[in-house]
Ligand binder design. Structure first.
Ligand code: HEM
Length: 548
């Protein structure tokens, strides 16, 4: 025991100090825990306070934005810096751009503007800074040479890789580009394109012939996609050195047609509120905005891929091709430097966009309007039968043989007047010094437009404008109506591809209508038209048969 006592005392002391230490540790741990919890609670509180702060900041900003917008709208309306309150029009259009956005989103802008002109007269305010003028005298000033009007911000919504000829707004930049590109569309140059047009057109004729049931001599199909296959294959060949092979596969195999459609409606809508362009992809409440944004990117990719494929081809493969891309690749700027690759891509993309569904939709309008006016169809087929008594085995008719067919040309002009593929008023900015248009002074910065559809349907200019009557073109000289017949626009920004478009369309309509007959499957139903940048039918169901 006596030996064990000191041990016991020592053990007890050690135990006590261990217990003390442990208790101390526990207390420390507890304290640390409490501190940590406090810290955690504090940090949570801080986080909460900071998120509340953020929310308040955001709310304040949003409220400020709404208050500014709400206050700014009447202030701007009353202050009226461009002096546009004097013009009539829908009230919503005077205080916000959304009247135009709404009608563009519904794809019916040309009809809304036309109805507003019918109600309000020659001048209509169609957005806070834009006036539409339905008067042919405005055309030369708003779109003409030397008047200093430039394309408006509307065109920013059409830019994807790099600005191309169509969406460049700067005057100097446009003049430089136009000089280069207009060589590629000279009369001489476009004759070199004819064999490429013939290749796709002949393929379409034989594909349609093969699809017609020989037992019944009939084929029911939606003609619109086939018109698109033709136009896209032609422009693919002209702009990228190879067709897209849509006619061959009977499908929109790389999605270019769908993408171009989505992009057209999107850009024409976003163009009315161009400041939302980069935000539109987040407008999840309506797929239209997201899909359109994606299609702008996809379309650029399709063009870049097609240019890449073409550049990988050897000289032998190209066999000295004379297509649009070959001109772009050979083009040089003022210093003799070749165009940068990004510019070549952008111009090839411009041609794909500008030269594809413009012609396919026009061709579809032609077939539709001829089916709706059978006496005109009989007339054009009589002209074609007389000119080509023998059917040329699904071969495309040559330009030299069709270019002087008077009734055929009249049908094309009447379609472009009656249902212009480019129907909307193309917006232009009044130069800084202001300008007088149709006796009225407009401040610099005002946006003006002349609506093609309304001018083409003006009873003061055209006899019975609501009648489809190709005969009217046999009696009038083209020069006398040049001032107000504007399917390809007017002046320095008018269609650079007009001659190719006319050649392609006259050749196509003559070759197709000589070879085939068409009836609408639903003759009594109205054609549904949607307007993006272009006025397009949504479908055209027809029954086709071979002609003798
Ligand atoms: C029926 C067919 C066509 C119609 C109705 C048409 C109509 C138009 C219109 C109205 C413009 C002016 C656009 C604006 O100012 O915003 C334009 C510009 C343009 N078109 Fe066409 N077009 C057609 C076919 C073509 C073809 C086949 C090509 C090329 C292969 C083409 C290439 C262009 C280009 C590059 C521009 C921009 C010109 C510039 O700003 O200097 N078009 N077109």
């Amino acid at each position: 025991m006596s030996q064990s006592t000191p041990h016991c005392t020592a053990d007890l002391t050690a135990l006590t100090s261990r217990v003390n230490a442990s208790a101390h540790r526990s207390v420390r741990f507890a304290r640390v825990k409490v501190d940590a919890e406090a810290l955690f609670i504090r940090s949570n509180q801080l986080q909460l306070i900071s998120s509340i702060g953020n929310m308040i900041t955001l709310t304040v900003l949003l409220v400020a934005l709404v208050v500014t917008a709400v206050a700014y709208t009447p202030i701007r309306y009353l202050y009226d810096p461009l002096r546009l309150r004097r013009f009539p029009g829908p009230f919503l259009a005077a205080i916000s751009p959304f009247w135009l956005t709404y009608h563009a989103r519904r794809a019916q802008r040309y009809l809304a503007v036309d109805a507003a002109h019918k109600k309000c007269g020659k001048f209509v305010r169609i957005s806070p800074n834009q006036v539409s003028i339905n008067d042919p005298d405005a055309i030369q000033i708003v779109y003409g040479h030397q008047t200093g009007f430039l394309k408006s911000e509307f065109y920013d919504a059409f830019v994807s890789i790099h600005r191309g000829l169509f969406n460049t707004r700067d005057r100097g930049e446009h003049t430089r580009k136009r000089k280069i590109i207009s060589h590629t569309f000279s009369q001489q140059a476009i004759l070199g394109f004819e064999p490429l047009i013939n290749k796709s057109l002949s393929l379409l004729l034989s594909r349609l012939s093969d699809m017609i049931d020989p037992a019944t001599n009939s084929l029911t199909l939606d003609f619109l996609p086939w018109a698109n296959y033709l136009a896209f294959d032609i422009i693919g060949d002209l702009a990228f050195g190879e067709p897209f092979h849509f006619i061959e596969s009977g499908s929109d195999s790389n999605g270019a047609i769908r993408v171009l459609n989505d992009r057209g409606e999107w850009s024409a809508t976003v163009g009315t509120i161009p400041w939302v362009r980069d935000w539109a992809r987040y407008f999840l409440f309506d797929r239209f905005w997201v899909r359109g944004y994606e299609s702008v990117q996809q379309l650029a990719k399709i063009a870049v891929t097609a240019v890449d494929r073409r550049l990988q081809k050897s000289e032998e493969e190209l066999e000295n091709r004379r297509d649009l891309l070959s001109f772009l690749l050979k083009a040089t700027d003022e210093e003799g430097e070749p165009l940068p690759r990004s510019e070549v891509n952008a111009e090839a993309l411009t041609q794909l966009i500008a030269g594809s569904d413009t012609t396919s939709n026009t061709l579809t309008h032609i077939i539709d309007l001829l089916c709706r006016n059978p006496e005109c169809k009989t007339e054009i087929q009589a002209e074609l039968d007389e000119a080509f008594p023998e059917i040329t085995d699904d071969l495309a008719l040559e330009w030299k043989d069709v270019k002087d067919l008077k009734y055929t040309a009249a049908v094309l002009d009447e379609v472009l007047r009656y249902r212009p593929t480019s129907a909307l008023g193309l917006p232009r900015i009044v130069p800084p010094q202001g300008a007088e248009v149709c006796g009225v002074f407009f401040e610099g910065g005002t946006v003006l437009s002349v609506p093609s559809y309304s001018v083409h349907h003006d009873p003061n200019l055209w006899e019975s404008p609501e009648e489809f009557r190709p005969e009217r073109w046999l009696d009038i000289s083209k020069a006398s109506v040049e001032k107000y017949f504007i399917p390809f626009s007017y002046g320095p920004r008018s269609c650079v591809g007009r001659n190719v478009a006319v050649m392609e369309l006259i050749k196509s309509m003559a070759s197709i209508l000589r070879r085939f007959d068409f009836e609408r499957v639903y003759p009594n139903e109205e054609t549904v038209l949607r307007e993006g940048f272009l006025l397009k039918p949504t479908e055209l169901w027809v029954t086709m048969s071979k002609r003798a």
